[in-house]
Write a protein that binds this ligand. Sequence first.
Ligand SMILES: CC(C)(COP(=O)(O)OP(=O)(O)OC[C@H]1O[C@@H](n2cnc3c(N)ncnc32)[C@H](O)[C@@H]1OP(=O)(O)O)[C@@H](O)C(=O)NCCC(=O)NCCS
Length: 228
Amino acid sequence: MPADIPEQSVGQPDDVSGIGPDSALPFPLSEFPQLGFLNRLVDHPRVTIGDYSYYDDPEGPEHFLEKCVKYHFDFVGDELIIGRFCAFATGVQFIMNGANHPMDEFSTYPFAAMGRGWEAGFEWPTDHRGNTVVGNDVWIGREAMIMPGVTIGDGAIIGARAVVTRNVPAYTIVAGNPAQIVRQRFERDVIDRLCRIAWWNWDAEKITRNLSAIRGMDLEAMEQATLK
Ligand SMILES: CC(C)(COP(=O)(O)OP(=O)(O)OC[C@H]1O[C@@H](n2cnc3c(N)ncnc32)[C@H](O)[C@@H]1OP(=O)(O)O)[C@@H](O)C(=O)NCCC(=O)NCCS
């Protein structure tokens, strides 16, 4: 646990709430401080992260922005948007649009960035690949790299060391460089129903009440729960 983290930021093992970890705490597990809830650790105007989404890193999840979000420059203006209940393994890399040098000139050298007069006449292209969007309940494996402008659907899995260059549909497993589809996790109908149920938007009490249905893949029970 970092020395400067106050005790009230850390979940206690004797917490008897019974509704899972406290999503308001940056370090929900005192016995596993390398895991941190990102929206309690990250404060950036162009990074949005939903509750319970975590980063796991023995060097400290509080270093997520500097270690994992690269070339995210203010003057580009692109956003990183992450849903709820995502799990990010150590070394995930979000490459943002600022990574790309000009490619439609005779040189790719970043003259404008060097300044001292070389910035004259340069305008940052506005036709970049757009925001990076990660859905809900997405698991990203160790050292995977997500390239600019990619959207990853709800429930997707990104394999260790994958390089994701294209959008990933919901509940799809991808791996490799460039990342290719390994398989769909469920039948199309099941995926559609899971996306409609969107259990990740339920509050902690409701998730707790229905955890056996979520973990036990009881779709009917989950659908019933949406009606209550
Ligand atoms: C992607 C992953 C989830 C796939 O698991 P799986 O569904 O059990 O897949 P399999 O092991 O049956 O492999 C299916 C195919 O994908 C390939 N594959 C699996 N993971 C791969 C990876 N990370 N990179 C490249 N190829 C991969 C396999 O070689 C296999 O290819 P084949 O069909 O040509 O033989 C898993 O391999 C993975 O990368 N998990 C991430 C682990 C991690 O980083 N954990 C960090 C702590 S949370």
